[in-house]
Design a protein around this ligand. Structure first.
Ligand code: NI
Length: 203
């Protein structure tokens, strides 16, 4: 429970910084210091990088996954891909549970089958304050490796299926806003340009 309490103890969603918390805890059998990573924001070109498969799942990969989870919880997100924290490795973390205590860590996730259509309203930590509907597959079959180096082959639907598709897109340098009509994308671009100008004038 210590971990859950820490996720909510005064970490605000608007300040992005790299910060090593002064506590560590025992998880996956080793003591890991937690860190909140900087989340890249659109239109940062690094969000377009293609992530490279993880070759060996060692302590460094466990540390990255742990920091990604910590970052996702601090930002109140339900999913985060390594690309979003400027790490070019095929790692995704997801937690759809209400109590934020059912983390799913996907190493080298791959979708093997897409079926049906699902239209859902999506948002993204890399595109703050913007939500829009995207059409994706309703059912997917996918596989991934766990931190214990086990290969899992499974299928899912609904929100988890949408989330897995959204996060794997990130690993391929793709954002949910890429699916919007050109007109909607143009409007979003104008909104972001305006926000950037306002930020410049106050700083
Ligand atoms: Ni996203």
């Amino acid at each position: 429970m210590l971990v859950v309490t820490l996720y909510y103890c005064g970490l605000t969603t608007t300040i992005y910084f790299s910060y090593i918390l002064s506590v560590s805890y025992n998880h996956f059998g080793v003591t890991i210091a937690m860190a909140i990573l900087n989340v890249l924001q659109f239109p940062d070109p690094r969000l377009r990088n293609k992530a490279i498969p993880v070759e060996e799942i060692g302590p460094d990969i466990r540390q990255i996954a742990e920091n990604m989870l910590e970052t996702m919880y601090a930002e109140s997100g339900i999913g985060l891909a390594a690309t979003q924290v400027n790490i070019r490795k095929r790692i995704v973390v997801i937690d759809l549970s209400e109590d934020k205590n059912e983390p799913l860590i996907l190493i080298n996730p791959e979708i093997t089958k897409l079926e049906g259509k699902e239209i859902m309203r999506e948002g993204c930590l890399s595109v703050p304050d913007y939500y829009d509907t995207v059409e994706r597959a309703e059912n997917i079959e996918f596989n991934y490796k766990t931190l214990d180096n086990q290969l899992i082959e499974t299928s899912t639907d609904g929100l988890l299926a949408v989330c897995v598709q959204h996060e794997i897109d990130h690993l391929d340098g793709k954002l949910f806003i890429d699916y919007l009509s050109p007109l909607k994308r143009q409007r979003l671009k104008k909104k972001i340009d305006k926000q950037e100008k306002q930020q410049l004038s106050v700083s």
